[in-house]
Design a protein around this ligand. Structure first.
Ligand code: ATP
Ligand code: MG
Length: 137
């Protein structure tokens, strides 16, 4: 059993898609074992996406991620990291398979509705970033 960090990004929160997106995780067998809503500061968003610092899309990405509140959750299930990324669809929504979260709720490459950790190792780091007090076992 694996855990991953998921973020419903500001554009999806703004279009009232929180319920629909969480419902897709649950329908796919991913349990929501922690959740919080927050409006990130520029410092927080820059730190979360530090790996992308210096890339051409970095400033736009941070501006977008602090444009409104986000919903952050920990998903648990078998192959949670890969399963979540499959449900989200490709990073570029133009390439996201029909029926995926990004195909249905993205507005652009940057405003692509959801984030999901890309490895179990990064998932652990990202979960600790948003839930420093820990997550129920
Ligand atoms: P995420 O980390 O958000 O789950 P990802 O792992 O599929 O997405 P990354 O390569 O980690 O993609 O990029 C992080 C985010 O930066 C993307 O989700 C997207 O919002 C934005 N992004 C990435 N590449 C581009 C690009 N070429 N143009 C615009 N925005 C981009
Ligand atoms: Mg990523």
């Amino acid at each position: 059993i694996e855990r991953t960090l998921s973020i419903i990004k500001p554009n999806a929160v703004a279009k009232d898609a929180i319920g629909a997106i969480l419902g897709r995780f649950e329908a796919a067998g991913l349990k929501i074992v922690a959740a919080r809503m927050l409006h990130m500061s520029r410092e927080q968003a820059s730190a979360f996406y530090a790996i992308h610092q210096g890339k051409p899309f970095f400033d736009e990405l941070v501006d977008f991620m602090i444009s409104g509140p986000v919903m952050v959750q920990v998903l648990e299930g078998e192959d949670a990291v890969a399963k979540n990324r499959e449900i989200m669809g490709a990073t570029n929504p133009a390439q996201a398979a029909p029926g995926t979260i990004r195909a249905d709720f993205a507005d652009s490459f940057t405003e692509n509705a959801a984030h999901g950790s890309d490895s179990p190792e990064n998932a652990a780091v990202e979960i600790a970033f948003f839930f420093p007090e820990g997550v129920c076992p």
